[in-house]
Design a protein around this ligand. Structure first.
Ligand code: CP
Ligand code: NVA
Length: 301
């Protein structure tokens, strides 16, 4: 992949510093890496710290495997061991890690924590999910849609559920690739209005209105990590927002179902929807690996 890597901003905390070209080229690179089942030595001798305050299956595994496939190595550091902001201030963690490793991927409760890491560390910092954004997920979502429809321009994606971190990253990246987003949330669970405005996304409180004729229906859990105390209230507030066969039947004839996983069956989705014919959920999960490789090559090479 030698000369094909990209010049991108130092950090990937969200897409605010990314333009159309950088996102388009990251997706092209990810597609090529996938096609080649790429293994190489591009990051030989390089290390990535995975600093995780919250659990993970996909993000941790794909980042670790991507580093191995690129000839590098990842070091997993969980909150119990490191105690971000408890055992040690964020600034000092940044000032230590920059002496040991070539990059930091951080999964954090507060978005300010990844911002502080990026501010204090001279090495690239990658947001592996915060309460505000999940940019690595959005790249995998785009690659999945591109594969399903051959391109992204003009596709209509309906988001049904919580106006959360995963939606924020989708909204942020949508105008960069010509994706149109319709959002259906219960009242009080809308996403950041500024991101809605910039994406020119439609907002409704009616899941059927959003789903009708859309190329993709996308949902995520109603209770995100860190919101467990609100679970009972959220279960009530999100009634009527489940993705099931009835809602999926309203999509465009070729319409697909996306979910970033993990899924809470019987809540935001049925098990049948995730394992059914419209689902691209496991392609989406696989694409976390290929897009992670593209990002790591771009940030760390
Ligand atoms: N979609 C996603 O980020 O999954 P994990 O929480 O398992 O990493
Ligand atoms: N919105 C979810 C995404 C998990 C990948 C959460 O933050 O828990």
């Amino acid at each position: 992949m030698g000369g094909e890597t990209l010049t991108v901003p130092k950090d990937l905390l969200d897409f605010s510093a990314y333009g159309k070209e950088a996102v388009g080229r990251l997706l092209d690179l990810a597609g090529r890496l996938k096609g080649e089942r790429y293994r190489g030595e591009d990051l030989k001798g390089k290390t990535l710290a995975l600093l995780f305050e919250k659990p993970s299956l996909r993000t941790r595994t794909t980042l670790e495997v991507a580093m191995v496939h690129l000839g590098g190595h990842a070091v997993y550091l969980d909150q119990k061991q490191v105690g971000i902001g408890e055992r040690e201030p964020v600034k000092d963690i940044a000032k230590n890690l920059e002496r040991f490793v070539e990059g930091i991927a951080a999964r954090v409760h507060r978005h300010e924590t990844v911002e502080a890491l990026a501010r204090h560390a001279r090495i690239p910092v990658l947001n592996a999910l915060s309460d505000r954004a999940h940019p690595l997920q959005a790249l995998a979502d785009l690659l999945t849609l591109k594969e399903a429809f051959g391109g992204l321009e003009g596709l209509e994606v309906a988001w049904v559920g919580d106006g959360n971190n995963v939606l924020h990253s989708l909204l942020e990246v949508a105008p960069l690739v010509g994706l149109r987003v319709r959002v259906a949330t219960p009242k009080g669970y809308e996403p950041d209005p500024e991101l809605l405005r910039r994406a020119r996304a439609q907002l409704t409180h009616d899941p059927k209105e959003a789903a009708l004729g859309a190329h993709a229906l996308y949902t995520d859990v109603w209770t995100s990590m860190g919101q467990e105390a609100e679970r009972e209230k959220r279960l009530k507030d999100f009634q009527g927002f489940q993705v099931n066969g009835e809602l999926l039947s309203l999509l465009h004839p070729e319409g697909v179902f996306l979910h970033c996983l993990p899924a809470h069956y019987g809540e935001e989705t049925t098990e049948e929807a995730v394992h059914g014919p419209r689902s691209r959920v496991f392609d989406q999960a696989e694409n976390r690996l290929h897009t992670a490789k593209a990002v790591l090559l771009s940030l760390l090479k």
